[in-house]
Design a protein around this ligand. Structure first.
Ligand SMILES: *Cc1c(COP(=O)(O)O)cnc(C)c1O
Length: 353
Protein backbone atom coordinates (compact mmCIF):
# COMPACT_ATOMS: atom_id res chain seq x y z
CA UNK A 1 0.00 0.00 0.00
CA UNK A 2 2.81 2.41 0.85
CA UNK A 3 3.95 2.22 -2.80
CA UNK A 4 0.78 3.90 -4.05
CA UNK A 5 1.00 7.46 -5.27
CA UNK A 6 -1.12 10.15 -3.67
CA UNK A 7 -3.23 10.27 -6.80
CA UNK A 8 -3.82 6.50 -6.80
CA UNK A 9 -4.76 6.59 -3.13
CA UNK A 10 -7.01 9.59 -3.45
CA UNK A 11 -9.04 8.86 -6.58
CA UNK A 12 -12.46 7.18 -6.49
CA UNK A 13 -12.57 4.86 -9.53
CA UNK A 14 -15.58 4.37 -11.79
CA UNK A 15 -17.77 1.46 -10.70
CA UNK A 16 -18.94 -0.65 -13.62
CA UNK A 17 -22.22 -2.55 -13.45
CA UNK A 18 -22.09 -6.04 -11.98
CA UNK A 19 -20.92 -8.63 -14.50
CA UNK A 20 -22.69 -11.68 -13.15
CA UNK A 21 -22.78 -13.62 -16.37
CA UNK A 22 -24.11 -16.86 -14.97
CA UNK A 23 -27.34 -18.33 -16.27
CA UNK A 24 -29.25 -17.41 -13.15
CA UNK A 25 -29.82 -13.81 -14.14
CA UNK A 26 -31.82 -11.98 -16.74
CA UNK A 27 -29.13 -9.35 -17.25
CA UNK A 28 -30.59 -5.89 -17.84
CA UNK A 29 -27.99 -3.82 -15.99
CA UNK A 30 -25.20 -2.70 -18.33
CA UNK A 31 -26.97 -1.67 -21.54
CA UNK A 32 -25.60 -4.53 -23.58
CA UNK A 33 -27.52 -5.45 -26.71
CA UNK A 34 -29.71 -8.55 -26.22
CA UNK A 35 -29.08 -9.70 -29.81
CA UNK A 36 -25.86 -11.35 -31.02
CA UNK A 37 -23.34 -9.46 -33.19
CA UNK A 38 -23.68 -9.52 -36.98
CA UNK A 39 -23.27 -13.01 -38.53
CA UNK A 40 -20.66 -11.42 -40.83
CA UNK A 41 -18.66 -10.40 -37.75
CA UNK A 42 -19.04 -13.89 -36.33
CA UNK A 43 -17.80 -15.37 -39.59
CA UNK A 44 -14.67 -13.17 -39.50
CA UNK A 45 -14.09 -14.18 -35.90
CA UNK A 46 -14.36 -17.90 -36.63
CA UNK A 47 -12.14 -17.80 -39.71
CA UNK A 48 -9.48 -15.49 -38.25
CA UNK A 49 -5.98 -16.85 -38.90
CA UNK A 50 -4.28 -17.15 -35.51
CA UNK A 51 -0.88 -16.86 -37.23
CA UNK A 52 -1.68 -13.18 -37.79
CA UNK A 53 -1.51 -12.64 -34.05
CA UNK A 54 2.26 -13.10 -34.20
CA UNK A 55 2.45 -9.61 -35.65
CA UNK A 56 1.44 -6.28 -34.18
CA UNK A 57 -1.82 -4.93 -35.53
CA UNK A 58 -2.14 -1.87 -37.77
CA UNK A 59 -1.28 0.81 -35.17
CA UNK A 60 -3.91 3.28 -36.38
CA UNK A 61 -6.55 0.71 -37.38
CA UNK A 62 -6.43 2.06 -40.95
CA UNK A 63 -8.76 -0.52 -42.53
CA UNK A 64 -11.42 0.01 -39.89
CA UNK A 65 -11.03 3.78 -40.17
CA UNK A 66 -11.66 3.58 -43.92
CA UNK A 67 -14.86 1.63 -43.37
CA UNK A 68 -16.03 3.99 -40.64
CA UNK A 69 -15.18 7.03 -42.77
CA UNK A 70 -17.42 5.70 -45.54
CA UNK A 71 -20.27 5.11 -43.10
CA UNK A 72 -19.91 8.52 -41.46
CA UNK A 73 -19.43 10.34 -44.77
CA UNK A 74 -15.99 11.72 -43.85
CA UNK A 75 -12.35 10.93 -44.69
CA UNK A 76 -10.22 8.39 -42.79
CA UNK A 77 -8.21 11.36 -41.39
CA UNK A 78 -11.40 12.33 -39.57
CA UNK A 79 -11.62 9.04 -37.64
CA UNK A 80 -9.75 7.85 -34.54
CA UNK A 81 -10.24 4.35 -33.08
CA UNK A 82 -9.61 3.31 -29.50
CA UNK A 83 -9.98 0.45 -27.06
CA UNK A 84 -13.63 1.14 -26.29
CA UNK A 85 -15.08 4.62 -26.45
CA UNK A 86 -14.12 4.95 -22.78
CA UNK A 87 -10.49 5.09 -23.90
CA UNK A 88 -11.31 7.64 -26.62
CA UNK A 89 -13.14 9.80 -24.06
CA UNK A 90 -10.25 9.43 -21.61
CA UNK A 91 -7.70 10.60 -24.21
CA UNK A 92 -9.85 13.68 -24.86
CA UNK A 93 -8.94 15.04 -21.43
CA UNK A 94 -5.16 15.36 -21.92
CA UNK A 95 -5.62 16.14 -25.64
CA UNK A 96 -7.98 19.10 -25.21
CA UNK A 97 -7.78 20.31 -21.60
CA UNK A 98 -4.95 21.78 -19.54
CA UNK A 99 -4.52 21.04 -15.86
CA UNK A 100 -4.32 24.80 -15.26
CA UNK A 101 -6.92 25.70 -17.88
CA UNK A 102 -10.59 26.64 -17.85
CA UNK A 103 -11.61 23.01 -17.42
CA UNK A 104 -14.35 20.70 -18.59
CA UNK A 105 -18.08 21.12 -18.09
CA UNK A 106 -20.74 18.41 -17.96
CA UNK A 107 -24.17 17.78 -16.50
CA UNK A 108 -24.44 16.85 -12.82
CA UNK A 109 -26.35 13.72 -13.81
CA UNK A 110 -24.51 12.07 -16.69
CA UNK A 111 -21.97 9.35 -17.44
CA UNK A 112 -19.99 9.19 -14.21
CA UNK A 113 -16.75 8.33 -16.01
CA UNK A 114 -16.30 11.99 -17.08
CA UNK A 115 -15.63 13.04 -13.50
CA UNK A 116 -13.29 10.09 -12.89
CA UNK A 117 -11.30 10.92 -16.05
CA UNK A 118 -11.11 14.60 -15.10
CA UNK A 119 -9.68 13.70 -11.70
CA UNK A 120 -7.34 11.09 -13.16
CA UNK A 121 -5.86 13.62 -15.62
CA UNK A 122 -5.99 16.49 -13.14
CA UNK A 123 -8.33 18.54 -15.35
CA UNK A 124 -10.57 21.01 -13.46
CA UNK A 125 -14.28 20.51 -14.06
CA UNK A 126 -17.65 21.93 -13.15
CA UNK A 127 -21.12 20.42 -13.36
CA UNK A 128 -24.44 21.98 -14.41
CA UNK A 129 -27.70 20.65 -12.90
CA UNK A 130 -30.29 19.10 -15.20
CA UNK A 131 -33.47 21.09 -15.82
CA UNK A 132 -37.02 19.86 -15.25
CA UNK A 133 -37.91 16.58 -16.94
CA UNK A 134 -34.23 15.60 -16.92
CA UNK A 135 -33.38 17.82 -19.89
CA UNK A 136 -29.84 19.12 -20.20
CA UNK A 137 -29.67 22.82 -19.36
CA UNK A 138 -27.86 23.89 -22.53
CA UNK A 139 -28.33 27.62 -21.89
CA UNK A 140 -26.68 27.31 -18.45
CA UNK A 141 -23.94 25.18 -19.96
CA UNK A 142 -23.35 27.80 -22.65
CA UNK A 143 -22.72 30.43 -19.94
CA UNK A 144 -20.46 28.15 -17.86
CA UNK A 145 -16.85 29.32 -17.51
CA UNK A 146 -15.03 26.35 -19.02
CA UNK A 147 -12.84 25.26 -21.90
CA UNK A 148 -15.20 22.64 -23.30
CA UNK A 149 -17.97 20.15 -22.78
CA UNK A 150 -18.70 16.45 -22.47
CA UNK A 151 -22.30 15.77 -23.45
CA UNK A 152 -23.78 12.27 -23.53
CA UNK A 153 -26.51 12.33 -26.17
CA UNK A 154 -28.75 10.49 -25.42
CA UNK A 155 -27.80 11.09 -21.81
CA UNK A 156 -26.96 8.31 -19.37
CA UNK A 157 -28.57 7.18 -17.14
CA UNK A 158 -31.73 9.14 -18.04
CA UNK A 159 -32.04 8.20 -21.73
CA UNK A 160 -33.13 11.75 -22.60
CA UNK A 161 -31.98 12.96 -26.02
CA UNK A 162 -31.14 16.40 -27.45
CA UNK A 163 -32.74 17.04 -30.84
CA UNK A 164 -30.24 17.59 -33.64
CA UNK A 165 -31.24 21.24 -34.20
CA UNK A 166 -30.78 22.05 -30.48
CA UNK A 167 -27.41 20.29 -30.47
CA UNK A 168 -26.32 22.26 -33.54
CA UNK A 169 -27.48 25.59 -32.08
CA UNK A 170 -25.43 24.84 -28.96
CA UNK A 171 -22.28 23.84 -30.85
CA UNK A 172 -22.57 26.95 -33.00
CA UNK A 173 -23.02 29.16 -29.92
CA UNK A 174 -19.71 28.11 -28.31
CA UNK A 175 -17.19 28.31 -31.19
CA UNK A 176 -14.23 28.80 -28.83
CA UNK A 177 -14.95 25.73 -26.75
CA UNK A 178 -14.65 22.09 -27.74
CA UNK A 179 -17.87 20.07 -27.62
CA UNK A 180 -17.34 16.34 -27.17
CA UNK A 181 -20.59 14.57 -27.98
CA UNK A 182 -20.65 11.09 -26.51
CA UNK A 183 -23.05 9.26 -28.83
CA UNK A 184 -22.77 5.81 -27.24
CA UNK A 185 -26.54 5.35 -27.61
CA UNK A 186 -27.18 7.54 -30.66
CA UNK A 187 -28.10 4.72 -33.03
CA UNK A 188 -31.26 4.18 -30.95
CA UNK A 189 -32.15 7.86 -31.49
CA UNK A 190 -30.95 8.50 -35.04
CA UNK A 191 -30.00 12.19 -34.75
CA UNK A 192 -26.21 11.98 -34.82
CA UNK A 193 -24.12 15.12 -34.87
CA UNK A 194 -21.37 13.32 -36.80
CA UNK A 195 -22.20 15.05 -40.14
CA UNK A 196 -21.83 18.41 -38.35
CA UNK A 197 -18.13 17.73 -37.71
CA UNK A 198 -17.50 18.96 -41.28
CA UNK A 199 -19.06 22.30 -40.42
CA UNK A 200 -17.87 22.89 -36.84
CA UNK A 201 -14.16 22.57 -36.00
CA UNK A 202 -15.04 22.58 -32.27
CA UNK A 203 -17.11 19.38 -32.49
CA UNK A 204 -15.88 15.87 -31.75
CA UNK A 205 -18.36 12.98 -31.86
CA UNK A 206 -17.53 9.75 -30.01
CA UNK A 207 -19.23 6.44 -30.83
CA UNK A 208 -18.91 2.82 -29.79
CA UNK A 209 -19.36 -0.75 -30.99
CA UNK A 210 -20.50 -1.77 -27.51
CA UNK A 211 -24.20 -0.97 -27.67
CA UNK A 212 -25.89 -0.93 -31.09
CA UNK A 213 -23.35 -3.36 -32.63
CA UNK A 214 -23.58 -5.90 -29.78
CA UNK A 215 -19.79 -5.94 -29.37
CA UNK A 216 -19.19 -4.74 -25.80
CA UNK A 217 -16.77 -7.63 -25.26
CA UNK A 218 -14.65 -6.61 -28.24
CA UNK A 219 -13.75 -3.15 -26.87
CA UNK A 220 -13.79 -0.66 -29.72
CA UNK A 221 -14.91 2.93 -29.96
CA UNK A 222 -14.12 5.81 -32.30
CA UNK A 223 -14.18 9.55 -32.69
CA UNK A 224 -15.28 11.61 -35.70
CA UNK A 225 -13.96 15.14 -36.04
CA UNK A 226 -11.85 17.52 -38.02
CA UNK A 227 -8.28 16.57 -38.68
CA UNK A 228 -6.68 18.76 -36.04
CA UNK A 229 -8.82 17.29 -33.24
CA UNK A 230 -8.23 13.76 -34.54
CA UNK A 231 -4.48 14.32 -34.70
CA UNK A 232 -4.61 15.52 -31.09
CA UNK A 233 -6.04 12.12 -30.12
CA UNK A 234 -3.35 10.33 -32.13
CA UNK A 235 -0.67 12.32 -30.27
CA UNK A 236 -2.09 11.15 -26.94
CA UNK A 237 -2.51 7.55 -28.11
CA UNK A 238 1.14 7.43 -29.12
CA UNK A 239 2.15 8.67 -25.68
CA UNK A 240 0.23 5.89 -23.97
CA UNK A 241 -0.49 2.78 -26.07
CA UNK A 242 0.43 2.62 -29.74
CA UNK A 243 -1.77 -0.43 -30.48
CA UNK A 244 -5.01 0.04 -28.57
CA UNK A 245 -7.20 -1.82 -31.09
CA UNK A 246 -6.04 -5.41 -31.51
CA UNK A 247 -5.94 -7.25 -34.86
CA UNK A 248 -8.97 -9.45 -34.17
CA UNK A 249 -10.98 -6.48 -32.97
CA UNK A 250 -10.15 -4.49 -36.12
CA UNK A 251 -11.28 -7.36 -38.34
CA UNK A 252 -14.48 -8.12 -36.42
CA UNK A 253 -15.55 -4.48 -36.05
CA UNK A 254 -14.91 -3.80 -39.73
CA UNK A 255 -17.23 -6.69 -40.68
CA UNK A 256 -19.87 -5.57 -38.16
CA UNK A 257 -19.74 -1.98 -39.43
CA UNK A 258 -20.11 -3.12 -43.04
CA UNK A 259 -23.22 -5.17 -42.26
CA UNK A 260 -25.59 -2.18 -42.38
CA UNK A 261 -28.75 -4.27 -42.80
CA UNK A 262 -28.15 -6.31 -39.67
CA UNK A 263 -27.28 -3.21 -37.65
CA UNK A 264 -30.42 -1.44 -38.77
CA UNK A 265 -32.55 -4.50 -38.08
CA UNK A 266 -31.33 -5.04 -34.49
CA UNK A 267 -31.55 -1.33 -33.68
CA UNK A 268 -35.15 -1.36 -34.91
CA UNK A 269 -35.99 -4.37 -32.75
CA UNK A 270 -34.53 -2.71 -29.66
CA UNK A 271 -36.32 0.60 -30.32
CA UNK A 272 -39.66 -1.14 -30.84
CA UNK A 273 -39.21 -3.17 -27.67
CA UNK A 274 -38.13 -0.04 -25.73
CA UNK A 275 -41.49 1.56 -26.48
CA UNK A 276 -43.40 -1.59 -25.56
CA UNK A 277 -41.52 -2.00 -22.26
CA UNK A 278 -42.00 1.67 -21.40
CA UNK A 279 -45.74 1.19 -21.87
CA UNK A 280 -45.69 -1.81 -19.52
CA UNK A 281 -43.75 0.14 -16.87
CA UNK A 282 -46.07 3.16 -17.12
CA UNK A 283 -49.03 0.81 -16.68
CA UNK A 284 -47.43 -0.45 -13.45
CA UNK A 285 -47.29 3.14 -12.15
CA UNK A 286 -43.62 3.84 -12.87
CA UNK A 287 -42.43 7.30 -13.83
CA UNK A 288 -40.31 6.80 -16.96
CA UNK A 289 -38.87 9.71 -18.97
CA UNK A 290 -39.11 9.17 -22.70
CA UNK A 291 -35.92 7.34 -23.66
CA UNK A 292 -33.94 7.65 -26.86
CA UNK A 293 -31.43 4.99 -25.77
CA UNK A 294 -31.57 1.21 -25.22
CA UNK A 295 -32.53 1.54 -21.55
CA UNK A 296 -35.26 3.07 -19.41
CA UNK A 297 -34.83 5.15 -16.27
CA UNK A 298 -37.70 4.30 -13.98
CA UNK A 299 -38.90 5.26 -10.51
CA UNK A 300 -41.98 4.08 -8.64
CA UNK A 301 -43.96 6.32 -6.25
CA UNK A 302 -44.40 3.53 -3.72
CA UNK A 303 -40.96 1.86 -3.72
CA UNK A 304 -37.37 3.12 -3.58
CA UNK A 305 -35.00 2.28 -6.41
CA UNK A 306 -32.79 0.29 -4.02
CA UNK A 307 -35.69 -1.87 -2.92
CA UNK A 308 -36.75 -2.61 -6.49
CA UNK A 309 -33.16 -3.37 -7.49
CA UNK A 310 -32.55 -5.83 -4.65
CA UNK A 311 -35.94 -7.55 -4.87
CA UNK A 312 -35.42 -7.98 -8.63
CA UNK A 313 -31.96 -9.41 -7.97
CA UNK A 314 -33.49 -11.95 -5.55
CA UNK A 315 -35.90 -12.82 -8.34
CA UNK A 316 -33.05 -13.31 -10.82
CA UNK A 317 -33.30 -10.02 -12.75
CA UNK A 318 -30.36 -7.63 -12.68
CA UNK A 319 -30.94 -3.90 -13.20
CA UNK A 320 -28.70 -0.93 -12.30
CA UNK A 321 -29.14 1.19 -9.20
CA UNK A 322 -27.00 3.96 -7.66
CA UNK A 323 -27.14 4.88 -4.00
CA UNK A 324 -26.67 8.58 -4.72
CA UNK A 325 -28.86 11.65 -4.19
CA UNK A 326 -31.43 11.98 -7.02
CA UNK A 327 -30.42 8.65 -8.58
CA UNK A 328 -31.45 6.53 -5.60
CA UNK A 329 -35.16 6.74 -6.50
CA UNK A 330 -34.51 5.18 -9.90
CA UNK A 331 -33.46 1.97 -11.54
CA UNK A 332 -31.89 1.93 -14.97
CA UNK A 333 -33.27 -0.97 -16.94
CA UNK A 334 -31.66 -2.15 -20.18
CA UNK A 335 -34.11 -3.07 -22.92
CA UNK A 336 -33.86 -6.83 -23.40
CA UNK A 337 -35.59 -9.24 -25.75
CA UNK A 338 -39.39 -9.35 -25.44
CA UNK A 339 -38.97 -12.63 -23.52
CA UNK A 340 -36.49 -11.13 -21.03
CA UNK A 341 -38.65 -8.06 -20.56
CA UNK A 342 -41.74 -10.19 -19.95
CA UNK A 343 -39.88 -11.87 -17.08
CA UNK A 344 -38.93 -8.43 -15.70
CA UNK A 345 -42.53 -7.20 -15.88
CA UNK A 346 -43.85 -10.37 -14.25
CA UNK A 347 -41.34 -10.00 -11.36
CA UNK A 348 -42.18 -6.31 -10.97
CA UNK A 349 -45.89 -7.16 -10.69
CA UNK A 350 -45.02 -9.64 -7.94
CA UNK A 351 -42.86 -7.08 -6.10
CA UNK A 352 -45.47 -4.33 -6.30
CA UNK A 353 -48.42 -6.50 -5.25
C1 LIG B 1 -21.43 2.45 -22.58
C2 LIG B 1 -21.01 3.88 -22.65
C3 LIG B 1 -19.80 4.28 -23.21
C4 LIG B 1 -18.78 3.39 -23.67
O1 LIG B 1 -18.48 2.32 -23.69
P1 LIG B 1 -17.30 1.49 -24.33
O2 LIG B 1 -17.77 0.12 -24.09
O3 LIG B 1 -16.06 1.85 -23.60
O4 LIG B 1 -17.25 1.88 -25.77
C5 LIG B 1 -19.51 5.62 -23.33
N1 LIG B 1 -20.37 6.54 -22.90
C6 LIG B 1 -21.53 6.21 -22.35
C7 LIG B 1 -22.44 7.28 -21.91
C8 LIG B 1 -21.87 4.87 -22.19
O5 LIG B 1 -23.01 4.55 -21.58
Amino acid sequence: MEFLSKRAKGIVPYTAGEQLNDKRYVKLNTNENPYPPSPEAEHVLRSFDAARLRLYPAPNADGLRETLARIEGVSPENIFCGNGSDEVLALCFPAFFDTDGAGACFADVTYSFYEVFARFFGVPFLTVPLKEKFYLDLSAMKEAKCGGYFIANPNAPTGVGIALEDAEAFIESVPDKIVIMDEAYMDFFGQSCAPLTKKYPNLLVVKTFSKSYSLAGMRCGYAVGNQSLISGLFRMKDCFNSYPVDALCQAVCTAAAEDRDYHEKTVELVVKERERLRGELLALGFVVPESKANFLFASHPSRGGGEIYSRLKDEGVLVRHWEKPFLRDFCRITVGTPEQDDILVQKLKKILS
